[in-house]
Design a protein around this ligand. Structure first.
Ligand SMILES: Cc1ncc(COP(=O)(O)O)c(C=O)c1O
Length: 407
């Protein structure tokens, strides 16, 4: 019998005590990737992950989006260390709260007022509650993934799954990104009941659809509904002011998280002052909202991104990666394609090739095997260098060849 590896031993213990073996579904060890994908990460530095065997991986998951500058990025670590000397959570607000909220209001176009939360799901739930309170209406249109909370999971198409009260059914409509005709239909049929439309500005598959977003802006205005951009991925990644700044479309409210804290747990909901001024009357509260280490980290992130060419470099490196991957895939029958924008891109199997999904899985396995950590979307950070992109493209070329041999 084969000896089990240390990874398998750790996974066995984790599966005994943690449902699914990890704290997030997406990070559960994948049996089919054993020996290729790193199941446990011991530490991270810059754009590199180091697993428990000391193997190094160039990371393109960036912790599922939050890491924008790089792991253990010195100015952020220094800001957090300095704050740690003063304390983490106090019985009254720290002065950082106002400083951070003002900074955010200065860079995010729709943000006249801001409140912090700890997770993206908490921020979207809060924004939707504000919209319902402001309009006195209950129904919601949602486009894209916005939350694991009941209000969102109850949406049509996602399905009333186990643990979700069936009374929530019919309160939330599922709008596919770009499906303008359905958006028009929903407003024509239910316009007077719709409190808000919450949408991701872009899903990094296909092209950004600005005509869709512009029409959502005008429809929500026309019907008196609140337009919320869920910028949990796009905020601080496409531009300092998020997709709303890049696309020049201003929503009434937005939600932010991920890149805003470079890995420190922080989210926010923000918007026009007349909406946000309702918050003190509403039951929206969480003990850890003003936790000072994350606020210190976020202030340092915003300063760093404001004062250095962080986003220019991320767009540039991302462009190099996209162009290189496209060249590799076009030399291999375009069984895979690259979509998205340079700061966040997806690799997709050709829809007209039945073997393409299997090919993609083999490709990913061999990327891991050559020290490149993949998860979709691929996020480039300020710490990725030209050399890292070159090494990644070399690994991708080898991975394509290895995958082709195994088909
Ligand atoms: C667009 C969007 N909204 C909301 C969320 C939920 O955020 P969290 O996982 O921090 O609750 C996510 C998470 O990936 C997201 O991508």
């Amino acid at each position: 019998m084969r000896n089990t590896t240390r990874e398998e031993q750790l996974a066995e213990r984790a599966r005994t005590y943690i449902p699914g073996g990890a704290m997030n579904h997406a990070k559960e060890p994948r049996q089919d990737m054993l020996g290729y994908m790193p199941w446990y990460i011991e530490r991270a530095e810059g754009c590199y992950l180091y697993d428990i065997e000391g193997r190094e991986f160039i990371d393109y998951s960036s912790s599922y989006g939050p890491v924008i500058l790089g792991y253990r990025y010195p100015p952020i670590e220094e800001a957090v260390r300095a704050q740690m000397e003063k304390g983490v959570l106090f019985s009254m607000p720290s002065p950082l709260e106002g400083e951070w909220a003002e900074m955010l209001a200065n860079v995010v176009p729709c943000a006249q007022m801001v409140r912090a939360m700890k997770t993206g799901s908490a921020a979207t739930a809060a924004a939707v509650r504000v919209a319902r309170a402001a309009t006195g209406r209950e129904k919601v249109i949602s486009c894209g993934y916005n939350s694991w909370h009941d209000w969102w999971v109850a949406k049509e198409g996602v399905g009333i799954s186990k643990g979700i009260p069936s009374c929530l059914e019919g309160n939330i409509y599922d709008l596919e990104y770009g499906n303008l005709a359905f958006a028009e239909q929903l407003f024509q049929e239910h316009g007077k009941e719709i409190s808000c439309l919450i949408t991701i500005p872009y899903d990094f598959r296909g092209k950004p659809c600005l005509s869709f977003l512009r029409r959502l802006r005008s429809l929500t205005k026309e019907y008196g509904a609140v337009l919320i951009f869920d910028e949990i991925i796009t905020g601080f990644r496409l531009s300092l002011g998020g997709a709303q700044e890049l696309f020049e479309i201003s929503p009434d409210m937005c939600t932010l998280a991920k890149a805003m804290g470079n890995g420190y747990p922080l989210s926010a909901y923000a918007g026009k002052a007349d909406l946000m001024k309702l918050v003190p009357e509403l039951q929206i509260d969480t003990t850890y909202a003003g936790e000072a280490l994350s606020l210190a980290a976020s202030l340092a992130v915003i300063r760093e991104m404001r004062d250095k060419p962080v986003l220019e470099m991320i767009w540039h490196r991302g462009e190099e990666l996209m162009t290189g991957l496209r060249r590799i895939f076009s030399n291999n029958g375009e069984i895979l394609s690259v979509e998205g924008l340079p700061p966040a891109m997806t690799i997709n199997p050709a829809t007209d090739n039945p073997g393409a999904a299997h090919f993609k899985n083999l490709f990913i396995k061999h990327l891991y095997g050559q020290g490149v950590f993949y998860h979709s979307p691929l996020f480039v950070t300020f710490s990725h260098t030209e050399k890292d992109i070159e090494c990644t493209l070399e690994a991708a070329e080898n991975a394509v060849n290895k995958a082709a041999k195994e088909m």
